[in-house]
Design a protein around this ligand. Structure first.
Ligand SMILES: Cc1cc2nc3c(=O)[nH]c(=O)nc-3n(C[C@H](O)[C@H](O)[C@H](O)COP(=O)(O)O)c2cc1C
Length: 182
């Protein structure tokens, strides 16, 4: 199962699988991918690939109504006996509690025979259609504080993932590969 590098050390075969509708998750996943040592593979679907050939699985997801996108739910539920890293993007700003609750919910789909290595989350630009929906609701109900907050948050989210987020995800991956046990 393990590969051996040219110095006789063990190296992990890594598979990155991700979903991304508007490109935010794709940006962080691709930034992270650059930092992963070979052998590695990146893909958006599992069609012709088998998880069997990899030791480390990295799941890139986007947050859809408080959990990861449904395609990833199905993939995560079917991972067995692997090392697993999660990375995701979401519209909300990091306020600690919300991010932690998302992480817990996503991790709860992972069967217990896996080893969860770490989990990265950062803010991503919100889909224009969703913002238009918020605006329409706000126009007909200008007193709606929740929608007002969503619109303010959408403005903050509009520049993410930014260079700091991309550097953070690169550091996140580099640190993992420094300490991961082969
Ligand atoms: C249908 C839908 C549901 C969403 N649900 C949430 C949510 O529950 N919490 C949140 O913080 N962001 C939510 N978002 C924002 C996305 O998670 C965010 O924009 C993400 O970065 C999109 O990733 P992508 O560009 O890779 O598709 C939602 C977006 C859409 C379109």
């Amino acid at each position: 199962m393990f590969c051996i590098d040219n110095k006789g050390g063990f190296i992990l075969k890594t598979l990155v699988i991700y979903s991304s509708v508007t490109g935010n998750t794709e940006k962080i996943v691709k930034a992270a991918y650059d930092e992963i040592p070979f052998p590695k593979k990146i893909c958006k679907s599992l069609n012709k690939l088998s998880l069997k050939n990899y030791e480390l699985i990295i799941i890139g997801y986007w947050v859809d109504k408080g959990i990861c996108d449904s395609r990833n739910v199905e993939i995560i539920k079917n991972i067995h006996n692997k090392k697993v890293i999660f990375m995701g993007t979401l519209g909300a700003k990091d306020n600690g509690n919300y991010y932690e609750s998302i992480k817990k919910r996503v991790e709860s789909f992972l069967p217990e025979d896996n080893k969860l290595i770490d989990h990265f989350l950062c803010q991503g630009r919100i889909n224009e259609k969703l913002i238009e929906r918020y605006k329409t609701i706000f126009e007909s109900n200008p007193g709606d504080e929740n929608i007002k907050r969503q619109l303010e948050n959408a403005k903050i989210a509009s520049t993410h993932p930014d260079n700091t987020d991309l550097n953070n995800v690169k550091e996140f991956i580099k640190n993992i590969f420094k300490k991961i046990e082969f």
